[in-house]
Design a protein around this ligand. Structure first.
Ligand SMILES: CC(C)(COP(=O)(O)OP(=O)(O)OC[C@H]1O[C@@H](n2cnc3c(N)ncnc32)[C@H](O)[C@@H]1OP(=O)(O)O)[C@@H](O)C(=O)NCCC(=O)NCCS
Length: 121
């Protein structure tokens, strides 16, 4: 199961040198990761853990980000989602570059916020 979105980086997402705040990128990863997990579980999910995120390449004002999230593991109540962030700059030839990736884990929950089996009806 997959989810993806595009987001343009604006000055309010960056520091005075024009580099994106890590928290902005992490927020996008968490949001799109949760869409993939909720799609697979067919129920609400909450984030329980964020792992292995590295910011290898700077993301700057004007970059177009594509966030791609794929469910890579389904447990009893939890799901692990691999999230990749590609950056692209209009008019540049080096095209689309993988800027960061990480693995986020979500738990399927009921209306009280308690864990429920992913595949329960
Ligand atoms: C997520 C939450 C509902 C889990 O409740 P819990 O009583 O701790 O649940 P359990 O111990 O039964 O664990 C549920 C599942 O999460 C997994 N899990 C728990 N902690 C984990 C961690 N640190 N990393 C990875 N998986 C984890 C368990 O392995 C289990 O998976 P499984 O059922 O597939 O085997 C609860 O911890 C919670 O509400 N956390 C806050 C969520 C939140 O607000 N997120 C937003 C962050 S601001």
């Amino acid at each position: 199961m997959e989810a993806r979105t595009l987001e343009l980086v604006f000055p309010e997402h960056t520091n005075p040198l024009g580099a994106a705040f890590g928290g902005f990128v992490l927020g996008l990863m968490d949001k799109v990761g949760s869409y993939a997990a909720a799609r697979r579980a067919k129920k609400p999910v909450v984030t329980v853990a964020v792992g292995g995120v590295e910011f290898k390449v700077p993301i700057r004002t004007g970059d177009l980000l594509e966030v791609v999230a794929r469910v890579v593991r389904v447990g009893r109540t939890s799901l692990t989602v691999e999230v990749e962030v590609y950056k692209e700059r209009f008019g540049k030839e080096n095209g689309r570059v993988l800027a960061t990736k990480g693995e986020l884990t979500y738990v399927a929950v009921n209306e009280k916020g308690e864990p429920v089996p992913v595949d329960a009806p």
